[in-house]
Ligand binder design. Structure first.
Ligand code: AMP
Ligand code: ZN
Length: 144
């Protein structure tokens, strides 16, 4: 994608409005327009990267560094019962804006909470032989 047309690059450049929560040299954090829960914040690298696969290691470090501070600020401001971090990569995982972003989603009890993750646990179905095979399959590709 042409970065000139990327919505989040436009926000970084100040060409589109945003409600800024935090900014440093390499990171910009602002409220998600959809406010799945109140305080729902997006953290993005100022440099365009489409998704996690494209993210250079140093940019990944810079991107994550301020997240604890932002999470603590949201916790102090809103007293949520918890906070989820979420990062969708590719359309198949629900990504709709193709400039990588971390969602910080404070959680509340009751109807003000519009967030849900379907998470089917399969504890006990995988023994350590099978888990070892899976880990090996992934690890083999680590340095490609
Ligand atoms: P994802 O589905 O993980 O790609 O999330 C993209 C998020 O970006 C959605 O939650 C949208 O509400 C949010 N979003 C899209 N455009 C804007 C915008 N101009 N300002 C703030 N948030 C936006
Ligand atoms: Zn971008």
């Amino acid at each position: 994608m042409n970065h000139d047309d990327c919505v989040f690059c436009k926000i970084v450049r100040g060409e589109l409005p945003s409600a800024k929560v935090y900014e440093d040299e390499s990171v910009y954090a602002f409220l998600d327009i959809s406010q799945v829960t109140e305080g729902h914040t997006l953290v993005i690298p100022k440099m365009h990267a489409t998704d996690i696969y494209e993210l250079p290691e140093d940019v990944a470090g810079n991107l994550f560094r301020p997240i604890p501070k932002i999470a603590r600020a949201i916790k102090r401001a809103y007293r949520p019962i918890g906070i989820n971090l979420l990062n969708n990569n590719e359309a198949g995982a629900g990504q709709t804006v193709f400039h990588i972003h971390i969602h910080i989603i404070p959680r509340y009890s009751g109807i003000s909470d519009g967030f849900n993750v379907k998470w089917v646990r399969r504890d006990g179905e995988y023994d350590y032989d099978r888990l070892g095979q899976i880990a090996e399959r992934i690890a083999k590709h680590m340095n490609e």
